[in-house]
Unconditional design. Structure first.
Lengths: 420, 540
């Protein structure tokens, strides 16, 4: 017995164009030969205006190619009403041919294939968003890898069950390697992040989860790359995650809580525990003045409060109504630091990202929030944070969003201009 | 500020001796673990045995909601129309859709810690599958075969009763789902008559049905393959009248309640959080051969034309329902908008005038039996009588002595024979074919030989439904959504539009300090294995 289809999540077939052609062929068989037809299209489905327009054009072209003339208004003797509808199984194209007051119907079910997104890397000069990648499976993190010595740009996409490397091709990304992640536990609010460490001069890409740490030697050939994972609590870094200042990896790490949904507030230095602060969801270091090392810590507490701690761990400021996610960003224009933070919505609401600046013992909102098409699930630097000198050219942030309209997971580049 | 990785060996060794500290955590947007979700239901009993559930009944929908806490399906359908792997991680079919193969997820365990096997999946689904579908196993796969093609098998398996369970020696059922039944009680919340600790045993309430129970207490299954749910427990109170549910929601005594349609407007005026599903409950009329006059096509057509569905939906139901022109709703079939039910008392009168004088007159009225319980069905029945009277058709509502509750209640022998029945039908399947077939079989309308629909082709389904409606043997009246009232602390409420609640994804945004919070954390006070004083947000 041969199986035609092997389906994982969300099996989809046909393109919209193919569906439109199939439907047009079917509906044309109901039309009287070589008659002029008045065509109207309405949408009861979740297809967008662009898709409806494309569908209509294909149907129209197909009808005309079969010898029918499309005319507008009542001049035509035959009316063709096309409705795009949907049910749990997919989309429906319904054609109603009205002739001499009598209606005949035809119905065609179809579903759509994934349309791969071709991202680009152009920089923006204002606080803005740009889609880099989207997929149906959850994205925990996405990073541009350091491009030293590589001709083509690469991104790493961290999912729940796989770490995938993609290479830039013209206007799209093509898969280079995908490494399954051996996870023994699932979480309903999974978290994970990517960073890079040097080991004996070899760059290693680290995928850090609350109870698991995996790494790949990026110095080797693609074919020989292996993902090594360890979940033993005795293994270094398991249960910890490095703190960052933009794309810089710092010599401090925070401890995940046992559920893996937040950090307990214990900050570790190389020699052991360094300080004990309020539990937080995300954090970032920044410098208050140009040229200073990034030693001021900003956190989003699990109590809904943002906090700023100076280099001596004293709380400089506490404020309300931030979301869970933040990142600090360094601007190459004025050598200053900014904070990007999400709004207060749960996973059912559309989020926004706001830029802030620390000034005169206060945090100032710099612009209107960038609206996102769903909740922001993670916010991190665009460049993979590294313990090596920062040499990349990606100084923005990456926000991972679940698009509430499509259900897809999308990674957006958030770019910010300086000098405001 | 750079880091040398090897130095972290020393740090890691410190971790195991550090304890979590309590926090004064308050609201946040990242999902948090902890707390007990308090749910109130109108139903007097709940059955956690999918084999017992009766298609089309309101009870089915309640049972399914509770069943989804305890059991998993092979696949699910997400809110974006995509099938998602559950207990099956891959599936495939042959070219004719007659043979489907499902590869099962590895390392899935029941809530008692024992492993799920392929033959247990087959044993669970075998009594649930329709006639003509056989299930077999091979290694870690199950195969479902049928003589006829079943292209909509995924829709079928992703909904309704198709849960995977294991029957225990004592007859109770256990599942792999995100929760397990820790206790059920008849009296107050504290008088649990059974309680089990997580990981030890995970059975349903006494027997597989919770008849007579007033409380069901579900606890989080720590080892579930799908990830531990956010709340520690769900406390379900049964037999709560609608108005009491509304008050409890207002007073913060409940987090999730069912809202009856007549209370929706009031709840909204009082700024309560109200959620509504797509229309999932159909009220309609069906003719039977209980009275000879009901077999006359002209009378059926006249009654059909007399019905004023707009008034029923907009006045009786205060715009909380939709006039129904089809058997299947638009969200399920995709083609329901093609149907249009004409209302014309004048035309109804004309047709009535062509009938013999003795048909459906005051001396010999057509008896209308209202099958579903409740005031709404009674009101609708009375409205139908009024509409028919305007067309000079005499209908009489006859009393009903229910032998059992539900929309398919049967009459006792002392009741007068009825030629017209008011029924309620709760949609259960995500397959339009399965739903229409189930409706035809259960409500006993249409040609029984045609009840088994062989095609999932929307065009053929449309033709089939059109034929049924054109015969006027069944007359849809109104379609109602389900309504729920939500507490202000309920977060990530992401139900399916067809009514599944997805309570494993819900979390509670609660303060954790103080004695009140400790009480709130587990109001049922059933035996637990973890202390209640653990910090909010900490997974036990």
């Amino acid at each position: 017995m041969g199986f035609l289809f092997l389906c994982g999540p969300a099996a989809r077939a046909d393109s919209l164009e193919e569906a439109a052609r199939n439907f047009a062929r079917k509906v044309t068989s109901l039309l009287p030969s070589h008659n002029s037809v008045s065509l109207s299209v309405r949408n009861l489905s979740s297809l967008n205006a662009e898709q409806i327009s494309h569908f209509s054009q294909v149907v129209e072209g197909e009808i005309q190619s079969r010898g029918h003339k499309i005319s507008s208004g009542d001049a035509a003797g035959v009316l063709l009403r096309v409705t795009l509808s949907e049910n749990p199984a997919g989309l429906l194209a319904i054609g109603e041919v009205v002739e001499n007051g009598q209606s005949r119907f035809t119905l065609e079910g179809f579903s759509l294939a994934e349309v791969p997104y071709g991202g680009s890397n152009s920089k923006k000069v204002t606080l803005s968003r740009e889609l880099v990648w989207k997929q149906q499976d959850p994205i925990l993190d996405l990073k541009f890898l350091r491009s030293d010595g590589q001709k083509k740009e690469r991104i790493a996409v961290l999912g729940i069950n796989a770490l995938s490397l993609y290479e830039g091709q013209e206007m799209s990304w093509s898969l280079v390697r995908s490494f399954p992640i051996p996870r023994s536990e699932q979480s309903r609010a999974p978290r994970g992040q990517l960073f890079q460490l040097s080991e004996n001069g070899h760059p290693r890409l680290i995928a850090d989860f609350p109870k698991l740490i995996c790494s790949i030697d990026l110095g080797g050939a693609l074919d020989s790359m292996n993902l090594e994972c360890n979940s033993s609590e005795q293994k270094e870094l398991v249960g910890l995650s490095f703190l960052t200042a933009g794309p810089f990896l710092l010599d401090n790490a925070a401890k995940w809580d046992s559920s893996g949904s937040y950090f307990t507030g214990e900050i570790y230095a190389e020699s052991g525990i360094r300080l004990h602060i309020d539990p937080f969801f995300s954090s970032g270091f920044l410098a208050l003045k140009s040229g200073e090392p990034p030693a001021v810590l900003v956190t989003t507490g699990i109590d809904g409060r943002g906090r700023i701690l100076d280099k001596d761990d004293r709380q400089l400021l506490s404020f309300k109504d931030w979301g869970s996610q933040l990142i600090t960003m360094h601007s190459s224009c004025d050598d200053g630091w900014r904070i990007l933070a999400t709004a207060r919505v749960d996973r059912t609401g559309s989020d926004g990202i706001m830029a802030y600046q620390f000034e005169e013992h206060d945090v100032i909102a710099l612009d209107q929030p960038v609206a996102m098409p769903g909740p922001v699930l993670s916010l991190g630097s665009e460049q993979v944070p590294s313990d090596a000198e920062f040499a990349g050219h990606h100084d923005g942030a990456i926000a991972v969003v679940r698009n509430l309209k499509t259900g897809e997971y999308e990674a957006y580049r958030i770019s910010m201009a300086c000098g405001r | 500020m750079r880091l040398i990785e090897s130095r972290w060996l020393a740090v890691a060794s410190l971790l195991s001796c550090l304890a979590l500290f309590p926090t004064g955590a308050q609201s946040t947007v990242q999902p948090r673990y902890g707390g007990t979700l308090r749910v109130e239901l109108h139903a007097a009993s709940v059955s956690l045995d999918p084999r017992e559930w009766k298609a089309g009944t309101v009870e089915f929908a309640t049972n399914e909601k509770m069943g989804a806490l305890v059991f998993d399906r092979l696949v699910s359908l997400d809110n974006y129309g995509r099938f998602q792997p559950q207990l099956a991680v891959e599936w495939s079919h042959d070219a004719s859709f007659k043979r489907w193969q499902f590869t099962l997820r590895a390392n899935v365990k029941f809530s008692d810690g024992t492993a799920l096997s392929a033959w247990e999946v087959a044993a669970a689904l075998e009594p649930l599958l329709p006639k003509g579908q056989q299930i077999s196993t091979s290694a870690n796969t199950v195969v479902i075969q049928s003589v006829a093609g079943i292209p909509d098998l995924l829709e079928e398996l992703a909904s309704g009763r198709f849960f995977v369970y294991r029957v225990q020696v004592d007859g109770t059922l256990t599942g792999t789902g995100p929760f397990f039944v820790a206790a059920s009680s008849r009296g107050g919340a504290g008088s649990a008559d059974s309680a089990t600790a997580p990981g030890k045993s995970a059975t349903g309430p006494q027997g597989s049905s919770a008849a007579g129970m007033t409380h069901l207490h579900f606890r989080a299954n720590e080892g579930t393959w799908s990830g531990r749910p956010f709340v520690d427990a769900i406390d379900v109170t049964l037999s709560v009248p609608p108005l009491r549910q509304l008050f409890d929601l207002q007073l913060g005594k409940a987090d999730l309640v069912e809202l009856s349609p007549d209370l929706v407007r009031r709840a909204m005026q009082e700024n309560l959080r109200v959620w509504s599903s797509a229309p999932v409950l159909l009220y309609g009329l069906r003719f039977s051969e209980g009275q000879p006059s009901a077999t006359k096509a002209e009378l059926r057509e006249a009654i059909a034309l007399s019905l004023d569905r707009q008034t029923m939906a907009n006045v009786l139901l205060q715009k909380q329902a939709e006039p129904a022109s089809s058997l299947l709703p638009q969200w399920l079939s995709g083609y329901a908008f093609l149907f249009n039910m004409e209302t014309s008392p004048e035309r109804a009168k004309e047709i009535r005038a062509t009938l013999p004088a003795g048909v459906a007159t005051g001396a010999e009225p057509l008896h209308l039996r209202v099958d579903p319980p409740g005031d709404l069905a009674k009101l609708l029945g009375e409205r139908v009588v009024v509409n028919a009277r305007q067309a000079a058709i005499s209908l009489q509502v006859v009393s009903r002595t229910p032998l059992h509750s539900g929309s398919t209640a049967t009459a006792s022998s002392s009741e007068p024979a009825a030629g017209l029945h008011l029924f309620a039908w709760h949609y259960a399947s995500l397959s339009p074919r399965v739903e229409l077939e189930s409706m035809m079989t259960t409500l006993n309308f249409g040609d029984s030989r045609e009840a088994e629909l062989s095609s999932t082709d929307p065009e053929q389904l449309y033709e089939r439904e059109k034929k049924l409606l054109d015969e006027h043997r069944i007359l849809p009246l109104i379609a109602l959504p389900e309504y729920a009232g939500l507490g202000q602390n309920v977060r990530d409420w992401m139900p399916a539009r067809w009514g599944e609640w997805h309570l494993a994804d819900v979390w509670l945004d609660l303060p954790s300090s103080g004695p009140a919070a400790a009480d709130r954390a587990d109001p049922a006070k059933t035996p637990v294995t973890q202390p209640l004083t653990q910090p909010m947000g900490a997974k036990p």
